[in-house]
Design a protein around this ligand. Structure first.
Ligand code: ARG
Ligand code: ZN
Length: 874
């Protein structure tokens, strides 16, 4: 039975202080917990603690061992009689870290001989470590003592400040950590094993000396320097942008290759998937460097948005995740190019969140119910959640938002808060009512925003009529109108921005305004407009909606050429590309195709556009996004049309011009990480792809050379990808070379798996089957699973969606096997079936059969069951 937001009750029992003693071992670890309990006098509920898979060895209340009649130990719960306000409950349990393949709770990373122990508690992993009220609104002070064999576990870490360490008998040692900040159990962490470190001294703006330490296995410790720099930048940025200082004497960060998610913000002891921490020029792409910087920042920012102010319950997850994603996006924009960051984030939203919101798994940013909370770490909670914070910040302006955030942190420090607390603090600090925005949090689905326009030359008036409609989603057929901020400008046909005279608007007269549509339909009349203008709407993507406007190809081309909002410039190109794509598919007029190709050819020739932006503008919307626009999608045809569209572009630019640009870019090739070098690599890749569409043999020859001479992973992988995708005769040699070179580098080897999933059509299925048999493949490692099955099912729709259903059956079979090992990873991978209802009938039937067969398997986890059931019955 699902857990419902409407049924929230404050905890009847809290824990004020907890002392945890660990005796650590690979096969067996023992945990003693002493909980000082507080009882809510208003509630009469008996003491019930969460606990899963724990072997109870001893139990005592206020120093007295309990006899078996006075407690009941069920599957997931421990109920204890006789506890009172102020009682101390002591339990001792045994765990089996090496047998833990779910990577939740205490587990082993790496081999039994050389690996290390670590924990993952969010969302509900702590109950796999000890008996506890494992819910985020129980905040306790932690004292943690670790004991282990010194040779096998020379490094012992837990969250908080170090408070002593020493030797024990028999070659064992101990270390103690005290966290002065009360925290929920999901932020607990420990790490123990053979690890190396790099360190840096840091002094916070408010004068605290902090030791920053990054830990990894010895062979990769050299790859932590970039992340250390990124951490320091993040800490400075949060001090300046939000006035937030770090609050412990040490900050530890640990890299592991065995991790279910990206990273985890455990108080004082962040733990990272190595993918988001390790970086070096030889094995890390530019995109990955930026991802490392972003995730390091994200986890660090959680120290305030998540840890100091945490969530009352898991329904409020976006309170910390949406907010922290937003803070990370601001940071990354400041560190890199703001328009590019915006483009990447919106592209991600469209690729991952819009389909989620339009499919069987659609849920609000604040879900109303769940059966397995780990299924709700979604693009909706994270990315759409961030867009909602962005709207609020836009509504309040930079200073107002900062004022509101100051208020939010002050009023809720040390508390488990709700989204109402957040909107309340932001609103109070600015004397505005933001509660109307709560509808955005409660309502699933992507709103459609329609823009109609009328120009009255006689009255010199331009009227914009905006209307909204949100299609129904599973269990939410009816939708309300939302407040939708629309940032806009009007352009003349010469590409100049007009002053906007709008009655009653506080900023009337500016060339850019935000209007808020907060009913089903609304008109906005702009005065003193001398000729019919070209509107640029939803600038900077001011709201997470689908805009349906009726710009002509010529108008979109004009914006693509002249808009000063970098995002909207790209967006005009995307809209134009969609028109061109549809024209190509329908075989009607060529006007849109010609307009798109001409506009891009002009930008390509003109040299005034930043290389990276140019590369993005020259990339049409992806296959997933194009499929979203169809009711009966055939992924193979979508792929073919999109390729044809790009071929038209390449032809229009001309083979000679492409080749010339490629040569120029190749000449400038270096392995540097500065923005200009990264931008060149990005454009070079795009140009190489276009060349290979016109002349596969020439593209393959260039790619082979680029592969051999590449000074960076970005160039090497781009070349390899062209070879694989074009089925080049040179591909096999390059792939064998790559595998050899990186056989000891799991992150690089993941790319070797990943790239080979991108072959076209049935060939990709054959590749996947072959790669599964590679000795380096294992279902036990989440990164490897995602590099093979995730990359195939999500990034190669034309390959995965074979009409005979063979792809679906293979994935479904592996999901069942994976589920037995790691339910979280299985459930997330299963969401790759999300769009099945909108496939053409043959594939739809095949997909349904495969999902239904999976659903019928006995013993599926709660995680996978919830996904598969929602998928089948929406
Ligand atoms: N809080 C982590 C983050 O920074 C995500 C961890 C979620 N883990 C999980 N098993 N659901 O986004
Ligand atoms: Zn997070």
């Amino acid at each position: 039975s699902p857990i419902r937001l409407s049924e929230y009750r404050a905890p009847a029992w809290r824990v004020e202080r907890v002392e945890l003693d660990f005796d650590l071992g690979i096969d067996a670890s023992e945990v003693t917990a002493r909980l000082r309990l507080r009882r809510d006098p208003a509630q009469q509920t008996p003491l019930r603690l969460d606990g899963e898979g724990l072997e109870l060895l001893a139990i005592a209340l206020d120093g007295q061992p309990l006899d078996p009649g006075s407690y009941r130990h069920g599957d997931n719960q421990l109920e204890v009689d006789g506890a009172q306000d102020g009682s101390v409950l002591e339990t001792r349990v045994r765990l089996q870290p090496a047998a833990n393949t779910a990577l939740e709770g205490l587990y082993l990373s790496g081999s039994r001989e050389t690996g290390f122990l670590l924990t993952q508690c969010e969302a509900e992993g702590f109950r796999h470590i000890t008996f506890f009220p494992d819910r985020p609104d129980v905040l306790a002070s932690y004292t943690v003592t670790l004991r282990a064999d010194r040779k096998r576990f020379p490094v012992l870490l837990a969250g908080g400040n170090p408070e002593g360490a020493g030797e024990l008998e028999d070659g064992r040692h101990w270390a103690r950590f005290v966290d002065p900040h009360p925290k929920p159990s999901y932020l607990f962490a420990l790490v123990a094993g053979r690890l190396e470190k790099i360190e840096r001294d840091y002094v916070t703006a408010d004068g605290r000396a902090v030791k920053l330490v990054m830990w990894s296995e010895a062979n990769v410790i050299d790859r932590c320097h970039y992340a250390m720099d990124a951490l320091e930048r993040s800490m400075r940025w949060d001090e300046q942008a939000y006035g937030r200082n770090y609050d412990l004497d040490v900050f530890h960060v640990v890299a592991t290759h065995d991790f279910n998610m990206g990273a985890m913000e455990n108080k004082g002891l962040n733990i990272f998937n190595a993918k988001y921490l390790l970086a070096d020029p030889d094995s890390t792409t530019d995109d990955e460097y930026r991802a490392v910087e972003a995730v390091v920042a994200h986890e660090y920012f959680h120290n305030w948005s998540g840890n100091r102010v945490t969530c009352r319950d898991w329904f409020q997850l976006s309170l910390k995740e949406g907010l922290t994603v937003f803070r990370e996006q601001q940071f990354s924009a400041d560190m890199n190019s703001p328009p590019l960051k915006r483009i990447e984030d919106v592209a991600l939203l469209r690729r991952a969140q819009f389909p989620e919101d339009a499919g069987p798994l659609a849920h609000p940013v604040r879900p109303a119910q769940y059966s397995e909370i780990n299924n709700f770490y979604t693009a909706t909670v994270y990315e759409k959640g961030s867009e909602l914070v962005r709207m609020l910040s836009g509504r309040l302006g930079t200073d107002g938002f900062r004022r509101g955030m100051d208020r939010y942190f002050e009023a809720n420090d040390g508390r488990a808060a709700t989204l109402e607390d957040f909107l309340g603090a932001l609103g109070d600090a600015n004397q505005v009512d933001l509660l109307p925005y709560l509808v955005w949090y409660a309502q699933a689905g992507t709103p459609r925003l329609k823009a109609r326009r009328d120009y009255d030359a006689a009255r010199r008036e331009f009227t914009l009529t905006l209307s909204q409609h949100t299609p129904g989603t599973p269990s939410q057929p009816e939708k309300h109108a939302l407040p939708i901020p629309v940032k806009l400008a009007l352009f003349t046909h010469e590409g100049r921005m007009l002053p906007l005279h709008l009655d009653g608007h506080p900023r009337s007269g500016d060339t850019e305004l935000v209007v808020v549509l907060d009913k089903a339909e609304q008109r906005f009349v702009f005065r003193e407009i001398d000729a019919e203008p070209v509107p640029s709407l939803l600038r900077g993507f001011s709201a997470p909606v689908i805009l349906e406007s009726h710009d002509t190809p010529a108008e979109l081309a004009l914006l693509l050429r002249h808009d000063v909002d970098g995002f909207n410039r790209w967006e005009a190109g995307q809209q134009l590309a969609i028109r061109a794509y549809e024209a190509l598919r329908e075989g009607g007029s060529d006007a849109a195709i010609v307009a798109w190709c001409d506009a891009l050819a002009a930008l390509f020739a003109d040299g005034n556009v930043d290389d990276a932006l140019l590369a993005e503008v020259m990339t049409p919307p992806g296959e997933v996004e194009l499929a979203e626009r169809e009711r009966e999608a055939d992924p193979e045809r979508i792929h073919a049309w999109r390729q044809e569209l790009q071929r038209r572009l390449a032809t229009r630019i001309s083979a000679a011009a492409l080749l010339q640009r490629y040569r120029t870019l190749a000449q400038a090739t270096n392995g540097q990480l500065d923005a200009a070098s990264q931008a060149q690599r990005r454009l070079k890749r795009r140009v190489l792809e276009l060349i290979s569409l016109l002349d596969a043999a020439q593209g393959q020859a260039l790619a082979t050379l680029q592969y051999e001479e590449a000074p960076s992973m970005t160039d090497r992988l781009a070349a390899l990808s062209v070879l694989v995708r074009t089925d080049a005769p040179q591909a096999a040699t390059a792939l064998a070379h790559f595998r050899d070179r990186y056989v000891d580098n799991p992150l690089a080897l993941d790319k070797w798996f990943n790239v080979q999933t991108q072959r076209r059509g049935a060939a990709s299925l054959a590749s996947v089957r072959e790669l599964e048999r590679d000795p380096a493949f294992t279902l036990k490692n989440p990164n490897r699973v995602n590099a093979l099955f995730g990359a195939w099912a999500r990034s190669n729709p034309a390959g995965f969606h074979q009409a005979d259903g063979a792809g679906y059956r293979l994935l479904a079979e592996r999901l069942a096997q994976l589920d037995a090992l790691n339910p979280q990873v299985a459930a997330r991978l299963a969401t790759a079936f999300n769009g099945w209802r909108r496939l053409e009938p043959v594939r739809r039937a095949q997909a349904q059969a495969a999902i239904a067969a999976l659903a019928e398997q006995a013993g599926l986890s709660r995680n996978l069951t919830e996904i598969v059931q929602s998928m089948l019955h929406d």
